[in-house]
Design a protein around this ligand. Structure first.
Ligand SMILES: Cc1cc2nc3c(=O)[nH]c(=O)nc-3n(C[C@H](O)[C@H](O)[C@H](O)COP(=O)(O)OP(=O)(O)OC[C@H]3O[C@@H](n4cnc5c(N)ncnc54)[C@H](O)[C@@H]3O)c2cc1C
Length: 387
């Protein structure tokens, strides 16, 4: 395929971009994937069952047990010293008739697997080139590449992450909000097995979450003030281990570092509209959240699933079919993006709030979830992104 024959160009080689390139090619479009080399992705992703089901039906993974670790329970421990504290709460997937809420995967393993699937697709071509510009011409969008060349294609899929050039150059309006908190991420080896239970300690400054990664291994996501995390990261191994043991309330005995710690800045971002004039945005190009409630990539995969559905219905012999795709995609994504963004924002603010009414609401909410099974089941459905 010559680059000038492409019907769709997908920009960005992260997980959302890889999944989108495969989905667009699977819909029958001659697809060019612009995916310059990127630093190794050391994060892990807790993917809820609907996302895992999508990965399986789209042929992106086979048995999840071959690549990831089942999340069967969520345990929430209020570790604040606030006046109004929430009860310790254990949610079990079996209450909803499920074997697991989802699966925890290393992003690097998912990427490797997606790449292998992409290589099997005849109408999908990958180039290690980044995009430096996007402009709208009368006959459709045009991309400028890092080597100075330009290409036109009816449909452009921006999957170029939080700092998306496609979003900015495409004229998409976005709301952004930075936080003073950051997330410290690393793998820990615990003295005792963690089983399938994700354990969340809710501290005043943010949650400290241990996600099961097999046997005694857990992936840590620790949200706290950026200065505290930077000091923890740079203060030497023994100091960090002491802080980790204290934060985990020695529930699993002595902890050891299995990988170096990385600190990620946190912010929220959401676009007003996820598609326009033949350009659509997927993944963090369209939305980014703090990693609580495991929503980021789950939402990104729902973007891809909706894009695939829209492409399955479009008549590509019609003039300006790609504009139709971008409008239908924007309409289809609007409610999910607003609902998920609102949920994560409310959750994050209620976790950090020093205001008594917010603390009371949060504690009351957890009591209600603990005591009322129907409410709990409804909360599961929202958190898992069931539609
Ligand atoms: C600490 C942490 C924990 C998380 N845990 C979870 C979780 O448990 N569950 C969950 O669902 N989500 C989680 N997330 C969110 C999830 O990791 C992200 O939503 C997801 O990885 C974003 O993928 P993406 O492909 O949209 O973006 P990225 O991974 O940022 O990929 C963007 C790609 O675009 C490329 N690019 C950028 N600019 C250009 C350009 N101009 N031209 C070409 N290419 C370009 C980059 O090189 C990169 O490869 C977590 C996030 C963090 C920070």
């Amino acid at each position: 395929m010559s680059v000038h024959d492409a019907e769709a160009v997908v920009v960005g080689g992260g997980l959302a971009g890889m999944a989108a390139a495969i989905a667009v090619a699977a819909a029958g479009l001659r697809t060019l994937h612009l995916a310059p080399p990127a630093p190794a992705d050391r994060r892990t992703s807790a993917l809820m069952m609907p996302s895992v089901d999508y990965l399986r039906t789209a042929g992106l993974i086979e048995a999840p047990a071959a690549m990831g670790h089942a999340l069967t329970q969520i345990r929430i421990i209020d570790a604040t010293n606030r006046l109004i504290r929430a009860p310790e709460t254990l949610f079990d997937a079996r209450e909803s008739g499920l074997e697991a809420f989802g699966w925890n995967f290393a992003n690097s393993k998912l990427l490797e697997r997606f790449q292998a699937v992409a290589e099997q697709q005849g109408n999908l071509e990958r180039r290690n080139l980044s995009v430096t510009g996007l402009s709208h011409r009368s006959d459709g969008p045009e991309l400028t590449l890092a080597d100075g060349t330009t290409i036109r294609a009816p449909l452009i899929v921006g999957a170029d992450g939080k700092k998306s050039l496609i979003r900015a150059a495409g004229g998409f309006r976005a709301r952004e909000n930075g936080f003073t908190q950051a997330a410290l991420v690393c793998d820990l080896d615990l003295a005792r097995p963690i089983g399938g239970t994700s354990v969340e300690f809710h501290y005043q400054q943010g949650p400290f979450t241990l996600v099961p990664a097999g046997d005694n291994r857990a992936n840590l996501v620790w949200i706290d003030d950026r200065a505290v995390l930077q000091e923890a990261q740079s203060g030497g191994k023994e100091r960090l281990l002491t802080m980790l043991a204290e934060k985990s309330q020695r529930l699993f005995g002595r902890v050891e570092l299995a990988t170096p710690a990385h600190v990620f800045p946190l912010s929220t971002l959401s676009v007003e509209k996820a598609g326009d004039r033949g350009v659509v945005l997927v993944g963090e190009a369209a939305h980014a959240f703090p990693p609580i409630g495991a929503q980021g990539l789950n939402l990104g995969l729902r973007d891809v699933a909706d894009l695939a559905d829209v492409l399955a219905c479009v008549d590509r012999s019609a003039p300006r079919w790609a504009e139709q795709v971008s409008q239908s995609y924007a309409t289809r994504r609007a409610a999910d993006l607003a609902r998920t963004g609102g949920m994560v924002d409310t959750l994050f603010r209620s976790l950090l709030s020093e205001m008594l009414p917010a603390q009371a609401l949060r504690a009351g909410g957890l009591w209600a979830l603990k005591l009322l099974p129907p409410l709990r089941r409804q909360a599961f459905s929202i958190g898992m992104g069931l539609r």
